[in-house]
Design a protein around this ligand. Sequence first.
Ligand code: PMT
Length: 222
Amino acid sequence: PPERPLTGVRVLLTAGPTREPLDPVRFLGNRSSGRMGFALAEALEALGARVTLVAGPTSLPAPRVAERVDVETALEMHEAVMARAADCDLFVATAAVADYRPIDPAENKIKKNADELTLRLVRNPDILAEVAALPDPPFTVGFAAETDRVEEYARDKLARKGLNMIAANQVGGAQGGFERAENALSVIWRDDRRELPMMDKTRLARELARLIAERYQEHHAA
Ligand code: PMT
């Protein structure tokens, strides 16, 4: 039915931040609240999809989705996604995954003895790029969070990671992006684009879900 175009489609979606432990009591984190991802998970489910949400730590109320897997670190998110990626039709990466983690988290609380402290970090796996590079990949939608040159960096990620679509947003500004109730997105795919102006994340997620459903159907009709 046209109002539930994703009926029977298995969606895997990441949302929220990750936390990378420095020691048992501290972590490196980021400003993602999970709002954008949770709203998108619900909007896709409302279009008929069966959504598995892989969520980093958030304080949001439980979203209406088929399944939820809670994780904390980028490595845990990576493991949860890779264990399920072969069994999904559509993968959406809304999470703000830490690009780096402390190389060797301290076993005990770090003491403030020195005036300077140097952290050594190591790169985390790129979950989105790895899913898109699977032999039989799902339809893959990435996000791009940029403070500057939003479109240029988003197009680069679309091409370099081999994605079907990318939703780019400006972060770190006065409006939209992390934490806020509102956001705006430039949605880009190979041969077209759509601007979704600043609006409430719930409404924005519904519009983005519709766009994803259209592109997904077109992809499978081809
Ligand atoms: O959670 P909110 O407060 O509502 O904020 C929403 C948001 C700003 C977090 C969201 O709209 C958003 O932009 N999410 C992507 C954040 C991000 O980390 O973007 P990026 O440009 O650094 O990463 C590009 C893409 O690769 C993203 O789809 C990301 O999920 C994915 N990625 C990145 C690194 C990594 N190790 N693994 C990944 O899968």
